[in-house]
Design a protein around this ligand. Structure first.
Ligand code: NDP
Ligand SMILES: O=C(O)C1=N[C@H](C(=O)O)C[C@H](O)C1
Length: 278
């Protein structure tokens, strides 16, 4: 493979739990070249992204908090294919990060969750106007896509369903982006779930979880010791059907992340969900 074909990649949130995993995956991919590693954490400024991620050899890519200059630098590398930025930062910053990237013609692949539907729509409009591909993927693991497909099938036959998502206690947003997307996928069937059987009162507010689309309830658990887990529980007279996905290592997201980096430049608009590019 010639150097010309390498896709330039910037990782935003490169010092974080997901960012470090992506640094390793990109460094090991023969068709990608890591050109920038952004992170706001002052403790990690100037450190080599590869060494921070646990690679034995440095990548000679220092962590910096200078997003816009990095976007400008990669956008100026005209002899390379269009640049891609992967975002694993924070729900508070991801919207502005994506706007900036699109303005520079750099394609965003967004793993950060917590964007509201309105903000996602704004980004879709912005990407459409710029004719720039953008991927927002609430969950990059193939196991979760399969769980969601099984849940869609089950939702045709069950009228009662609740979602429980369980995560480590450093997670900023609740419910998880994956749980919200799962409820949306079930709601697309066009029926209202969980018809009331009795009048309920919550003796402690929130006891019945949050009410998502079409009557679906989501319950969020946060504990040290967890990584990322989700159950979708269907109930009917005399039976319970439970779907469960567990992650034990963030490496599980990397095939999906690499696929998204390779696909985003073929798009001209915003696409939401890994299942759309498989
Ligand atoms: N789509 C998917 O499959 C997955 C999505 N996620 C999502 O990815 C996001 C990140 O998760 P995770 O890696 O666990 O989080 P971490 O907190 O471990 O990492 C985030 C990193 O980004 C940095 N950061 C935060 N804001 C900015 C900013 N504005 N500019 C630059 N750097 C910034 C943080 O710095 P500091 O420490 O100073 O805050 C930190 O180093 C979350 O929204 C999570 O839900 C996670 C796993 C899978
Ligand atoms: O914060 C995490 O860890 C995860 N976040 C994503 C979400 O909110 O759905 C994906 C996965 O659940 C891990």
């Amino acid at each position: 493979m010639t150097n010309q074909a390498l896709i330039p990649v910037i990782i935003n949130g490169a010092a974080g739990k997901m960012g470090r995993e992506v640094v390793k995956a990109v460094a090991q991919a023969p068709d990608l070249t890591l050109m920038g590693a952004i992170d706001r954490n002052p403790e990690h400024q100037g450190k080599d992204a590869g060494e921070l991620a646990g690679l034995t050899e440095p990548l000679e890519v220092p962590i910096t908090d200078q997003l816009e200059p990095m976007l400008g630098y990669v956008a100026g590398e005209r002899q390379l294919p269009p640049g891609v930025i992967i975002d694993f930062t924070h729900p508070d910053s991801v919207y502005d990060n994506v706007r900036s990237a699109i303005a520079y013609g750099i394609r965003p692949v967004v793993g950060t969750t917590g964007l509201s539907p309105e903000k996602i729509q704004n980004l879709a409009d912005f990407a459409e106007k710029a004719s720039t591909g953008c991927l927002i993927i609430p969950n990059f693991s193939i196991g979760m896509v399969l769980l969601q497909q099984a849940a869609i099938t089950a939702s045709k036959y069950f009228d009662h369903v609740e979602i429980i998502e369980l995560h480590h206690n450093q997670k900023a947003d609740a419910p998880s982006g994956t749980a919200i997307q799962t409820a949306q996928l079930l709601a697309e069937l066009g029926k209202t779930f969980n018809p009331a059987i009795v009048e309920e009162t919550e003796k402690i507010p929130g006891a019945r979880g949050s009410l998502a689309d079409e009557g679906i309830r989501i319950h969020s658990v946060r504990l040290p010791g967890l990584i990322a887990h989700q159950e979708v529980i269907f109930g009917a007279a005399g039976q319970i059907y439970t779907l469960r996905h567990d992650t034990s290592d963030r490496a599980c997201y990397m095939p999906g992340v690499l696929l998204a980096i390779r696909k985003v430049s073929q798009l001209k608009s915003l696409v939401y969900g890994l299942e759309k590019i498989l």
